[in-house]
Design a protein around this ligand. Structure first.
Ligand code: HEC
Length: 135
């Protein structure tokens, strides 16, 4: 969540307001911490961030992992698997928008992505207490 989904989403969200093609490369692109200004920058950074999200979805289906409250990741819950698939699908939609270098399509598909994150958070994360998560 914090290592892949959050930073990758931010690259996509940034592309809604600033045209990736116009991002200035960093002084040393090979060492840039902003993907958009890196060696693999501009629209390529948006493509790569979308792929990172789409490819990370499957990590949420690996058995033997725990949520922060110690409960197993709810792999046996059909809602979980459906919401993971929603994340994968939204990531691939953003990827196509980035390949097309269309800021309009990024705005539209970033909406799908936000919805995919929010739907799962609503179902499994936003709870009165951490103990209630992942059920
Ligand atoms: C299939 C379900 C699911 C999807 C999809 C999902 N998340 Fe999460 N996310 C969770 C759960 C569950 C937690 C809480 C995990 C825990 O407590 O161990 C979480 C936690 C987080 C956190 C840490 C916040 C905190 O206070 O614990 C961040 C940041 C986050 N998600 C970002 C994202 C983003 C960005 C997306 C979409 C690109 C996303 N997530 C999609 C289920 C999901």
């Amino acid at each position: 969540m914090k290592g892949i989904l959050y930073p990758s989403s931010n690259v996509i969200f940034a592309a809604q307001t600033e045209n990736p093609a116009e991002v200035k490369p960093a002084a040393d692109p090979a060492m840039a911490t902003n993907p958009l200004a890196s060696t693999y920058g501009k629209w390529q950074a948006v493509e790569n961030s979308a792929l990172a999200i789409a490819e990370a979805a499957i990590l949420l289906t690996i058995g033997g992992r725990k949520c922060s409250n110690g409960l197993d990741v709810p792999l046996k819950n059909a809602d979980w698997m459906k919401l993971v698939q929603g994340l994968r699908d939204a990531g691939m939609k953003v990827y196509k928008a980035a390949q097309a270098k269309s800021q309009d399509d990024i705005v539209a598909t970033a909406g799908d992505l936000t919805e995919a994150c929010d739907s799962c958070h609503g179902r499994f994360r936003e709870k009165p207490s951490i103990a209630e998560r992942c059920k």
